[in-house]
Structures are given as structure tokens and as C-alpha cells.
Design a protein around this ligand. Structure first.
Ligand code: TYM
Length: 324
């Protein structure tokens, strides 16, 4: 049985990039594995958050995990800040992390341009390494943008093991190559992102039918009018990728199916498959979110389970380092 760990930040609205790149993969691996899915609120506060909105977002994301198909009988869902082992291990790992390696992290470079720099933002990848290493994780299902962070995680695990003796398992990223990077509908050169200033760029999991229809209709295309393998612009490749992901077919099959069709027709087909998936998710979400007590019970069970695992690793680490 493999241990699977992954997480989403409760910052901004979850969108179809998060769904295709991460959540949908999680649903497929929860069966027959030891799966833990975390709502990483300590990561979210590395950029300014409104406290009241953050509290609400954490519960929203938890309910969305369930609405997307995470089954609490098969997997464990918990809130990062409710397990203090994460920040504890992060401190210890800080002491073996080279400064230069953190300076090379692309996400840090991007985020520190958008927000005021702070140490938390710089140290973010070390906390992420702790998340993963605490559970002796085998696999981390994520989108492409997290690959560099998982490479750092492996480096830190190796460095610690070398210095203090075998302690951490080396985790592997699991990235679905075809759908690893869904791009903005308004700017296909940049990743679909929760922090996009243009609301038309992202399709959020909780968007209404009208919003979804409008966003797909207004998605940028290119100067051609029909799908053709001879001119695969970034915008059209992205739309075909979204179509293939929601239809559950390969990119090549989607391309064959759409070859020669007008962009308007491609957009109609995308709207259909996206609505088919997202409307039921939205409905389930509303139902789950109404029963906060049941949600809290699931998160409590998740926290207890997470701590039962992470405390073993942390105790081993503390003993090896010479703490206590
Ligand atoms: P976050 O919250 O930015 O994104 C959550 C997941 O969604 C994936 N993703 C995408 N996939 C495809 N196309 C996109 N446009 C797109 N945008 C986001 C991300 O790759 C991610 O899998 N640092 C992480 C959260 C984290 C974490 C962890 C993940 C903290 N600790 C430990 C795994 C393991 C993050 O910011 O994800």
C-alpha cells in the first residue's frame, strides 16, 4: 500500500486547473492506498489573507474535496494548521536548507514580485517538504508547477538521511503530462491561477452555469476560425486540453474529433462537458457545506489520523537530531 499526500491552498477560488491537475487525480488514487489530503492554510498565509474569509475558505475547500469525490471512508482530509508537527518539522528542515536553493524557486520569484516579500513566502517550500516527509509519502499527485518543490523535498530528505541516518522516504511527484498545466482562458501564455486578476481567465469549480457559459464563450482563440492540426496555437491547444480532460479522452482523440470544426463549435462542446462535470459538483458542494457538523467530524478524524502518523516521524527526527 502506498502513502499518497497532496494539498491545496485555501486562497482564492478553486478552478478547473486545480481539479484537472490535482483533485481528479486524487479521486483515482484514494482506493487501495493510504491517502491524506490536506488543506494547507499555513501556506495560504504567506500572502495576506482576510482572517474571516480564510476561515470560510478552509471549510469551502474541505467541502469541495468531498464534492469532487474524495471519500472520507477511503481517504483522510485534514487542516494543516491543526497538526502542529508540520511547522515543527519545517523548523528542523530549515537548518539543513541551503539559502541559495530557496532563492532559485520559480514560484518564490513569481510571488515575491506580486506581493510584499516576507520570510514565510521564502520558506514556503520547506514547509511543503515537511508536509510530504512527515507521512513517509510515496507519491504526491500535483500539477506541473509543484515539480520543483518536490525536487527540493527529495533533496532535503536525502541530505537529512545522509547526515542523521535513514529517516525519510523519498517521495515521487505524480504529474499527468497532458493536463499538468491548464492555461488562463484570457492569456494562454500564463497558467490558470487562483490569483488571476481577470475573472474571465479561470473557470471556478463553484461558478454558476451562466458564468461558465460566458467564460468559455469569451475565451481567447487565435486569428484562425477553425481547429486544424496545422496551426496549433497555445489558446486552441489549451481549449482542446480542457475538452479532452473533461470528456475523459486523450488529447489526440480530442484533436481528431474537433479537426475542421469552427471555434464556436469547439466552445459549445467544451461548455457541454464542463457543465456536465461541474454542475453536479456544485450541487453536492451546497449539500455538504450546509452540514458543518458532519464536515467538522470528517476533519477531526483526519487530524487524529494525520497526527498518529506524523508524530512517529517527528519523534524519530527529534531523537536523531538530539532534541529532548
Ligand atoms: P495550489 O493550491 O496552488 O494548487 C493546488 C494543486 O493544483 C495544481 N494546479 C494546477 N494544475 C494544472 N493546471 C493549473 N493551471 C494549475 N494550477 C494549480 C497544483 O499543481 C497543485 O497540485 N504548494 C502547493 C500546495 C501544497 C502541497 C503540499 C501540494 C502545500 N504542501 C504538499 C502537495 C504536497 C500549492 O500551492 O498548490
Amino acid at each position: 500500500m502506498k502513502t499518497i499526500f497532496s494539498g491545496v491552498q485555501p486562497s482564492g477560488n478553486l478552478h478547473i486547473g486545480n481539479y484537472i491537475g490535482a483533485l481528479r487525480q486524487w479521486v483515482n488514487v484514494q482506493e487501495g492506498n493510504d491517502a491524506l489530503f490536506c488543506i494547507v492554510d499555513l501556506h495560504a498565509i504567506t500572502v495576506p489573507q482576510d482572517p474571516k474569509a480564510l476561515r470560510e475558505k478552509v471549510l469551502e475547500v474541505a467541502a469541495l474535496y468531498l464534492a469532487c469525490g474524495i471519500d472520507p471512508k477511503k481517504a483522510h482530509i485534514f487542516i494543516q494548521s491543526e497538526n502542529p508537527d508540520h511547522s515543527y518539522l519545517a523548523w528542523i528542515l530549515n537548518t539543513i536548507t541551503p539559502f541559495g536553493q530557496l532563492q532559485r524557486m520559480t514560484q518564490f520569484k513569481e510571488k515575491s514580485q506580486k506581493h510584499e516579500e516576507n520570510l514565510g513566502l521564502f520558506d514556503y517550500p520547506v514547509l511543503m517538504a515537511s508536509d510530504i516527509l512527515l507521512y513517509q509519502t510515496d507519491e504526491v499527485p500535483v500539477g506541473e508547477d509543484q515539480k520543483q518543490h518536490i525536487e527540493l523535498t527529495r533533496d532535503l530528505a536525502e541530505r537529512f538521511n545522509k547526515r542523521f541516518g535513514e529517516t525519510f522516504k523519498l517521495p515521487n511527484p505524480v504529474i499527468q503530462s497532458q493536463t499538468a498545466r491548464i492555461m488562463s482562458l484570457q492569456n494562454p501564455a500564463s497558467k490558470m491561477s487562483k490569483s488571476d486578476n481577470n475573472p474571465l481567465g479561470t473557470i471556478n469549480l463553484l461558478d454558476t452555469e451562466e458564468q461558465i457559459r460566458e467564460k468559455i464563450k469569451k475565451a481567447v482563440t487565435d486569428s484562425n476560425s477553425k481547429v486544424s492540426k496545422d496551426h496549433g496555437s497555445e489558446a486552441i491547444v489549451n481549449l482542446l486540453t480542457i475538452y479532452s480532460a473533461f470528456k475523459g479522452i486523450s488529447f489526440n482523440k480530442a484533436q481528431d474529433e474537433m479537426e475542421g470544426k469552427a471555434y464556436s463549435e469547439l466552445k459549445n462542446s467544451i461548455t457541454e462537458v464542463v457543465l456536465e462535470t461541474l454542475l453536479p459538483i456544485r450541487e453536492k458542494y451546497e449539500e455538504i457545506r450546509k452540514d458543518e457538523k458532519a464536515l467538522r467530524d470528517i476533519l477531526d478524524e483526519g487530524r487524529e489520523y494525520a497526527i498518529s502518523k506524523s508524530s512517529k516521524t517527528l519523534l524519530d527526527v527529534k531523537q536523531k537530531v538530539g532534541l529532548i
